[in-house]
Design a protein around this ligand. Structure first.
Ligand code: ATP
Ligand code: MG
Length: 205
């Protein structure tokens, strides 16, 4: 039986932007994935509604709108539980248990890889998924290579590179631009921009 290959693009997505979408699509192509799950992280309700931040529901809707035009992107709400934090290792183990015929490719930017050690149970994440990492913030390739090597050795992790141009964009940058009244066209898909406007998101941060 041929094993399935599924990518996971996790994030806060506050808001989701082309950086996330391009990473997902690059992983789909470069690793011949069957599909990519976009998995917004839940935030404890007491953290919601902080000035300028979008709610769980709003972040979910933005992801839904942003990925709608791509038939191999899928929304995954496993980390969107109302009772607070969810942990990546648990989500991955649960997915694997439910889909034993699937290999998971956990996609992230180089900045996230730098903090991998500090995640909850990095060993169990490394055991459950292949990690796919894209360049970010113009990190020198030697630094990225070194980190990949260090983590591979420490956790016997399978860490692979994703070839993408450096995408100079972040959710924080977009929130800042909106609060300054600057346009965000082409950085965020049009239907999502419309939603951000309707909901009056990020006007004050
Ligand atoms: P913020 O500015 O609020 O931290 P963000 O743009 O980093 O937001 P996240 O939701 O925190 O977005 O990121 C989710 C994942 O996507 C992380 O692994 C992050 O490294 C990766 N990522 C986000 N933007 C980019 C980008 N422009 N290039 C490469 N990786 C990215
Ligand atoms: Mg970030």
């Amino acid at each position: 039986m041929i094993r399935k290959k599924v990518g996971i693009m996790g994030g806060t997505f506050d808001p989701i932007h082309i950086g996330h979408l391009i990473l997902g699509e690059a992983a789909f192509e470069q690793y011949s994935l069957d599909k990519v799950l976009f998995m917004p992280a839940g935030r404890p309700p007491f953290k919601e509604g902080r000035k300028g931040m979008a709610s769980n529901e709003q972040r979910t809707e933005m992801v839904r709108l942003a990925i709608a035009s791509n038939p191999h992107f899928e929304l995954c709400l496993l980390e969107m539980n109302d009772d607070g934090m969810s942990y990546t290792y648990r989500t991955l183990e649960r997915l694997k248990e439910e889909n034993p015929d699937t290999d998971y490719y956990f996609i992230m930017g180089a900045d996230s890889l730098m903090y991998f050690d500090t995640w909850m149970n990095p060993q169990r994440i490394a055991d459950a998924a292949i990690i796919v990492v894209a360049t970010r913030n113009h990190m020198p390739q030697e630094s990225l290579n070194e980190k990949m090597k260090q983590l591979s050795e420490k956790f016997s992790a399978s860490i692979r590179k994703l070839e993408t141009p450096n995408l100079d964009i972040s959710s924080s940058q977009i929130r800042e631009w909106i609060s300054q009244g600057r346009g965000i066209q082409y950085y965020v898909p049009d239907p999502e921009i419309q939603y951000i406007e309707e909901q009056q998101l990020y006007r004050e941060i």
